[in-house]
Design a protein around this ligand. Structure first.
Ligand code: CU
Length: 175
């Protein structure tokens, strides 16, 4: 359990936490201490504030390695916010790719799995096709993904947690 939590921490925090993680999983006290900042508590504008200037899309995980919905639609010419939450019982992430890049990102994600820095990268491959990505979300975590305005097209999204992307994918259509 320690590695996924560690993946969210900064390098200097990882060093300080090494001993703690060896003996126990994060508790409410540790989370309150700021050593394990939940992704949804990151500093920045709130969803309500962003909604004044951005198109807001909502996306969730669903059982059996699915996104719900699998199809998102937004307009070209205005920035986008995706509020992504994970009500599932396992960890997931969200990776958005350039049009036509699903297979390339998925294969890069597969190639990343055995690499020593895979967990540190939250299983997100460092390839130019990736437009945006989140950390690994624990159950009940939420992430806010802020995107610029995008040109019309079909943008694939997927979860790159090992073994998920073949099933866990969807499309953001910009019209
Ligand atoms: Cu997943």
């Amino acid at each position: 359990m320690s590695a996924p939590f560690a993946a969210k921490a900064k390098p200097d925090q990882l060093h300080a936490l090494h001993g703690l993680l060896a003996s126990k999983t994060p508790t409410a006290e540790l989370i309150a201490s700021g050593l394990f900042p939940p992704a949804e508590k990151a500093k920045g504008p709130t969803l309500e504030e962003l909604a004044k200037t951005h198109q807001v899309l909502k996306l969730s995980t669903a059982p059996n390695l699915q996104f719900a919905p699998r199809q998102l639609t937004a307009k070209a010419g205005a920035p986008i916010v995706i509020a992504f939450n994970n009500p599932d019982l396992m960890q997931h992430n969200f990776v958005l790719g350039k049009p036509g890049s699903l297979q390339a990102i998925g294969q890069a994600a597969n190639a990343l799995i055995p690499q020593p820095d895979a967990i540190k990268k939250a299983y997100v491959p460092s390839v130019p096709q990736v437009i945006a990505s989140t950390a690994l979300l624990n159950p009940n975590d939420t992430a806010i993904v802020i995107l610029p305005s995008l040109a019309p097209g079909d943008y694939p999204f997927l979860c790159t947690f090992p073994g998920h992307w073949i099933l866990m994918q969807g499309v953001l259509t910009i019209k």
